[in-house]
Design a protein around this ligand. Structure first.
Ligand code: AKG
Ligand code: FE2
Length: 265
């Protein structure tokens, strides 16, 4: 893995070493403080470029273009909200997706399954263990956004989101986020509406560098990707883990996310 990852700076292959324990601690502290941490240069530049180069022609040929209008919950009905509440406002998302079954041999697949990486993430998230998905499509995605496109404001369904930027666009494409905007017992609809109106001073923006590992608490952190500008597409690898083994999408979910299905039910 040393040829793919900068294990000198981030010694996750030696989990009991003082350096790795300190790394886990600092990531945990940043997650608690900022709702997010990133590790620049985690995936080495050559591996990052190789991953982007391998994905680009497949993306052009068979990437699934997904355009949709949605509210931040991806749901038509939300308890306690009328249809015209400002938190229900619809935004537009357009992106292009490759699934794990279209990424054979890509370095991001090897990384996804590498046990020390999975254990490192689990330690940071304070879980006894994390497990890769069984789903042949959803386990790893590469998403591309082109000129004018964006992944608009949303909360994630999973507690944490783990990504590595593979290619930065010429302009735009930053991640904007508002930490702790809601809690399990406090949906904070007025706060949500304020972010959507551009009136929340606590919204932050981060310009990730290719190769950076980025982890954030997407379930309570409202976030979006700022619209991309220019001829270079933004490409990001997205890793899905669960705290139990064997998780897979239904055929219906696959169809909804990817426009095709490998599951039979
Ligand atoms: O593209 C990114 O940086 C974030 C992706 C994201 O928010 C998601 O996949 O839910
Ligand atoms: Fe997200």
């Amino acid at each position: 893995m040393n040829h793919l990852l900068d294990l000198d700076t981030y010694p996750i292959d030696r989990p009991d070493s003082p350096a790795c324990l300190a790394l886990v601690e600092s990531c945990r502290a940043r997650l608690a403080e900022d709702g997010m941490f990133d590790l620049p240069g985690f995936l080495r530049p050559e591996a990052t470029e190789a991953a982007a180069r391998a994905a680009a022609p497949t993306m052009a040929r068979e990437g699934f273009r997904h355009a949709r209008r949605h509210n931040i919950y991806f749901r038509d009905e939300v308890e306690g909200l009328t249809e015209n509440h400002p938190a229900m406002v619809k935004v537009e998302t357009v992106n292009h997706t490759l699934c794990a079954d279209q990424l054979q041999g890509n370095p991001v697949i090897a990384l996804y399954e590498w046990p020390p990486f999975v254990a490192f993430l689990a330690a940071i998230m304070g879980k006894a263990a994390l497990y890769p998905m069984e789903d042949p499509m959803a386990r790893v995605n590469i998403q591309a956004s082109r000129d004018g496109e964006a992944l608009n404001w949303h909360f994630d369904r999973s507690e944490f989101t783990t990504t590595i930027l593979l290619q930065a666009p010429d302009a735009g494409g930053e991640l904007e986020y508002r930490k702790d905007l809601r809690a399990p017992d406090q949906p904070n609809y007025d706060g949500v509406a304020a972010v959507l109106r551009g009136e929340d001073p606590q919204v932050r923006r981060i310009a990730l560098k290719p190769g950076a590992l980025n982890v954030f608490q997407g379930v309570n952190t409202l976030h979006r990707v700022v619209p991309v500008r220019g001829a270079t597409e933004r490409m990001v690898a997205i890793f899905a883990y669960f705290d139990r083994p064997g998780v897979a999408m239904t055929a219906r979910e696959q169809q909804g996310f990817y426009g095709r299905a490998t599951a039979s039910a």
